[in-house]
Design a protein around this ligand. Structure first.
Ligand code: AKG
Ligand code: FE2
Length: 321
């Protein structure tokens, strides 16, 4: 009990600078100015956006209209992607007993140790494939920043905790998570879910404040019939879900039937509005640097996005996950 309280206190203290920074960036004049600067950056970059093929266009259009688009690795035709799924699947299977012990011990958010991804850099590098960067850049309207990969492991205990509660991610105004399923995921297997309704608050006019979404709050904010726009992303192994997790409420449905393992790739604009709420994968900056050798300038720039964060913002330590 005492350990829990002191852990909570340590976390509260650690997150103090990032909470203060978010409050400052939400200050009315500053947030309106930042909003205008962002609009100008979008306009400046518009002529340089990449050309997409028909599937890329379909993904970006669906994201714009619904916030979520489900596709698969075969259609995306990314070389080496199936091998990545196989190695990530093996890692998550080996990790399963430990994940169940952690869940029993009360840990709410469980990922395969990031060191395993560092040992299998092809998992990380897949997220930097030019085809994905094209889609991300077209959707965001700005060069993409890549926040790495995490293999989320969700134990089938049915609990509504952590990312299994409805929420919006805090990194930026818009962002993309790309989930790749490592096995078939059915309705009892914790599918990723998203509500395709625009949240009327949290923007450059009203500011950015974050909280979990409960039924009454979602009804009030999104409309009493919000459940009609709920997409539950069940799918086979190799299913790929693109979702703007910053603009749309989403969650992993609490699994009851079987555990769920999926890779989550994470992207936002370079630089993002809230750099101190990024770096969620547990992979260190040095480790990321070690995994991008030989990649193109654009891919390296996406992975090394922190270099484009204004120096003063770089001083703010990242909030705990
Ligand atoms: O595990 C899930 O399905 C949800 C994960 C999530 O909310 C996120 O990565 O932002
Ligand atoms: Fe999320």
């Amino acid at each position: 009990m005492t350990t829990l309280i002191s852990k909570g206190r340590a976390r509260w203290l650690r997150d103090l600078p990032s909470r203060a920074a978010l409050a400052l960036l939400n200050e009315r004049r500053l947030r309106l100015w930042l909003g205008k600067r962002h609009e100008a950056a979008l306009q400046r970059h518009a002529p340089d956006l990449p050309d997409l093929d028909p599937l890329g266009n379909h993904i970006v259009e669906t994201l714009n209209s619904k916030g979520v688009c489900i596709t698969n690795l075969d259609d995306l035709r990314i070389p080496g992607a199936h091998d990545v799924v196989e190695s990530a699947w093996r890692l998550s299977s080996d990790f399963a007993p430990q994940a169940r012990t952690l869940a029993k011990g009360g840990q709410q958010f469980i990922i395969v140790p990031p060191a395993e991804i560092v040992r299998h850099p092809q998992i990380f590098r897949l997220g930097l494939h030019e085809r994905l960067l094209d889609i991300v850049e077209s959707y965001l309207g700005l060069p993409a920043a890549y926040d790495g990969a995490a293999i989320n492991y969700t134990v089938a205990d049915g609990l509504e905790i952590a990312t299994r509660k409805w929420h919006r991610d805090r990194e930026d105004r818009r962002m993309l998570k790309v989930a790749v399923y490592l096995h078939d995921v059915d309705d009892e297997g914790g599918p990723f879910e998203c509500i395709a309704r625009k949240d009327p608050v949290r923007n450059d006019i009203d500011g950015y404040h974050y909280e979990f979404g409960y039924d009454a709050m979602l009804k009030q904010r999104l409309g009493a019939d919000y459940a009609n726009d709920l997409t539950s992303c069940t799918g086979r192994k190799g299913t790929v879900v693109f979702c703007d997790t910053a603009r749309f409420f989403h969650r992993g449905k609490p699994p009851t039937g079987r555990d769920r393992a999926a890779i989550f790739y994470s992207y936002f604009a370079n630089p993002p509005r809230h750099p101190f709420l990024c770096e969620r994968s547990g992979i260190s900056r040095d480790e990321a640097l070690g995994m991008i050798e030989g990649l193109s300038f654009r891919q390296r720039r996406a992975a090394l996005w922190r270099r484009e964060v204004p120096p003063i913002m770089r001083l703010i330590p990242s909030a705990s996950v």
